[in-house]
Design a protein around this ligand. Structure first.
Ligand code: SF4
Length: 184
């Protein structure tokens, strides 16, 4: 038997007005709730942190409890790019291509020290963090991070997707962010 703490992953109702026989809320809150409990991860796993991601998907940790069990290896059907492992400079453009093929709204998690900062590989061939080529929403520290930390990172994305304004992706600031990475 696992001695992990039990987590209630039933989606709580968004904030709203409740009375006898009715519940009213904002459409944006409802969409945020639906998005956050149906995130489809794309695991971009290149090395050891990928093994930790596999453990996160396995029954002991069970990412499915958070609605994230449907992995996608096609960027066009993915919401969350989870970069797990060392990314060489040669691989950088391919990672960027995968990111640009994902539909909006999309989020990115840098899983582990290598994806976040190059980790121990301070060398000529390793990208010193994936945020050199794509925007990152959540950084998960560790070499490797434990599955609990990856779950925590995933929950941070859930919180972001719940609270994000429906118009954020149309704002000039978001376009500027993408342009700063040469993404149109
Ligand atoms: S952060 Fe550590 S465990 Fe993860 S890919 Fe890099 S070297 Fe491997």
């Amino acid at each position: 038997m696992s001695d992990l703490p039990k987590i209630n992953t039933n989606a709580p109702a968004p904030p709203g007005l409740e009375g006898e026989g009715f519940f009213a809320t904002k459409l944006s809150s409802l969409i945020g709730m639906a998005r956050s409990y149906s995130l489809w991860p794309l695991p971009f796993a290149t090395s050891c942190c990928g093994i930790e991601f596999m453990a996160t998907m396995a029954p002991n940790y069970d990412l499915a409890r958070f609605g994230g069990e449907r992995m996608s290896f096609s960027p066009r059907q993915a919401d969350v790019l989870m970069v797990c492992g060392t990314i060489s400079k040669k691989l950088g453009p391919i990672l960027k291509e995968v990111y640009t093929q994902m539909a909006e709204p999309k989020w990115v998690i840098a899983v582990g020290a290598c994806a976040s900062s190059g980790g121990i590989f301070d060398s000529y061939s390793v990208l010193q963090g994936i945020d050199k080529v794509i925007p990152v929403d959540v950084y998960v520290p560790g070499c490797p991070p434990r599955p609990e930390q990856i779950l925590e990172g995933f929950m941070q994305i859930q919180a972001l997707s719940q609270s994000e304004s429906l118009r954020r992706r149309d704002l000039p600031q978001y376009q500027e962010l993408l342009e700063s990475f040469n993404i149109n």
